[in-house]
Design a protein around this ligand. Structure first.
Ligand SMILES: Cc1ncc(COP(=O)(O)O)c(C=O)c1O
Length: 505
């Protein structure tokens, strides 16, 4: 077929009827006014980030403020400037606070101004990255190749942006399941499969992995939780024994999930040991590297994740240590054919073509559950290009140095106790309470209550915001240093305020 010349006459004047119709769109009636207001909104957000240290990390939401969000659906429109003012006074001050350097709870990235403006560009393009032939999909493919290169994977590795590591882990479990049972399980269902699959991970696994086993129809009980050593790393001998036991009982082991950076303590499993074992036992080797996988970008930390390059799949987030704005999860899969076979779903209305907009197959929708997908890749593409891998790696390295600094401060303070080894960027500790029961042992219930209260009061103070976890049955104050803005000042504030609150309680 010959190429047709463009036939659109761009100079043609719209008819009066067409003009009247264009007034009914949702576009601004006055673009100049809109532009002024839009610039104000951009300026306000840049100011918010620039001056973030002057704000509390987080503040409790007053009941009357919460009540503002109970109003019925607006039937009539409101001026953009008015809605923006409402955002500034009612939404912005009550955000989670992970932009603030004092935020140390859970595992949350801070984002960057670069990521923020890239999100704005992506929203302007409003690209649907489920499929079709357009450059936003090439951007995602380029980021996939960059990840493969940085992680030491082959060039033809497949990858996909998803919401977060929870979704990325689910995708990995589904591919591994289908590869083990045969891809016909997608039509026949797991119930009809002749094999009972079992998977293996450590007791330190993130809760989204058992959830993935549940969603995959395999059941969370089919995920065997192998004990860990004192440093929260999977016990390889216990793992091999569990696999052997299941084989003898007629089960079909199919998957091992290693963790690069456990959520509780930041421990990294022996990934090379796991790769050897999976190779020997012919099992799918998946790495949950939600934050820890990006340790690969920091030369001083990269050796800790040796063996990850031998995985069949890796799940991780750019929105944590990668500092891209939420959400930006990623799944990397060595066998792109298996990846596609687990998700491709032909449909008449999604037919592919050699040319035209329907070209460019395979499409991202062939590699995951989503058909409609936003342009998540753009904020990561901008982040990687503007900062470069070295600066991101240095920021990751710095947060581990801060964790070691906090570890040092705990060690020199008798009232504080370190609860788990510090391997990366997570520090679990507690304030020692003085009460003891009749055996002289610490009254753990009271101690748990005191430490829980310390964390709540720290959060309510707006100075620093750690979270809590439980280590061997004892509540710990948990500081995960992910934010590139965090400095020694916030670490010192955490220590000093914990001590002050502990003494007062
Ligand atoms: C080790 C680990 N796995 C999985 C997850 C879940 O990731 P997401 O919150 O991006 O779904 C987390 C979150 O912190 C994590 O630390």
């Amino acid at each position: 077929m010959s190429q047709l010349p463009p036939t659109i006459d761009h100079a043609a004047k719209p008819s009066t009827a067409a003009e009247a119709e264009s007034n009914q769109t949702l576009d601004p009636k006055d673009w100049s006014d809109f532009r002024t207001q839009a610039h104000r909104m951009l300026d306000d957000m840049l100011g918010y980030i620039e001056d973030i240290r002057e704000r509390p990390v987080w503040q409790p939401i007053p009941a009357d403020m919460r009540a503002h969000f109970q109003s019925p659906a607006p039937r009539q429109g409101t001026d953009l400037a008015e809605v923006h003012a409402e955002f500034m006074s009612e939404v912005l001050p009550y955000a989670q606070g992970n932009v603030h350097p004092g935020f140390m709870g859970w595992v949350n990235g801070a984002g960057t101004p670069v990521g923020m403006v890239a999100e704005m560009l992506a929203a302007g393009l409003n690209a649907n990255c489920g499929g079709r032939d357009h450059i936003p999909i090439e951007v995602e493919r380029q980021v996939t190749r960059w990840v493969a290169e940085l992680f030491g994977f082959p060039e033809d590795t497949s990858g996909l942006f998803v919401t977060g590591t929870s979704m990325a882990n689910l995708i990995a479990v589904l591919i591994a399941r289908d590869a083990a049972l045969g891809f016909e399980v997608r039509s026949g269902g797991v119930a009809a499969a002749p094999k009972r699959l079992t998977a293996y991970t450590s007791t330190s696994v993130h809760s989204c992995v058992p959830k993935a086993m549940d969603i995959a129809g395999l059941g969370s009980d089919a995920l065997r939780l192998v004990p860990t050593d004192g440093g929260c790393h999977i016990d390889l001998a216990a793992l091999a024994a569990a696999i052997q036991r299941d084989r003898e009982a007629g089960m079909t082991p199919f998957l091992v999930v290693g963790t690069a950076g456990t959520v509780n303590a930041g421990a990294i499993d022996d990934l090379s040991g796991l790769a050897d074992l999976c190779q020997r036992e012919k099992l799918w080797f998946h790495v949950d590297g939600a934050f820890g996988a990006l340790a690969k970008l920091a030369p001083d930390l990269a050796p800790k994740v040796n063996g990850m390059e031998r995985a069949d799949s890796v799940a991780f987030d750019f929105h944590k240590w990668g500092q891209a704005p939420y959400d930006a999860g990623f799944i990397l899969v060595r066998d792109s054919a298996a990846h596609k076979a687990a998700f491709v779903a032909p449909a008449a209305y999604l037919q592919r073509a050699e040319r035209g907009l329907a070209a460019g197959s395979p499409w991202p929708c062939d590699f995951g559950p989503d058909l409609s997908r936003g342009f998540r890749a753009l904020k990561v593409w901008f982040t990687l290009k503007v900062y470069g891998v070295e600066a991101l790696g240095a920021s990751i390295s710095r947060s581990c140095a801060l964790a070691r600094y906090l570890q040092g401060r705990i060690a020199e303070t008798p009232e504080l106790e370190l609860m788990a080894p510090v391997e990366l960027n997570i520090v679990c500790f507690r304030y020692r309470t003085e009460t003891s029961n009749k055996d002289g042992a610490e009254d753990s219930e009271r101690s748990n209550r005191v430490n829980d209260e310390i964390v709540i009061r720290l959060q309510e103070s707006g100075i620093v915001a750690p979270s809590t976890t439980t280590i061997r049955g004892r509540l710990a104050i948990r500081a995960a240093i992910v934010n590139h803005r965090t400095s020694r000042a916030e670490i010192d504030a955490l220590v000093e305020n914990t001590l002050a609150l502990g003494r007062a309680l």
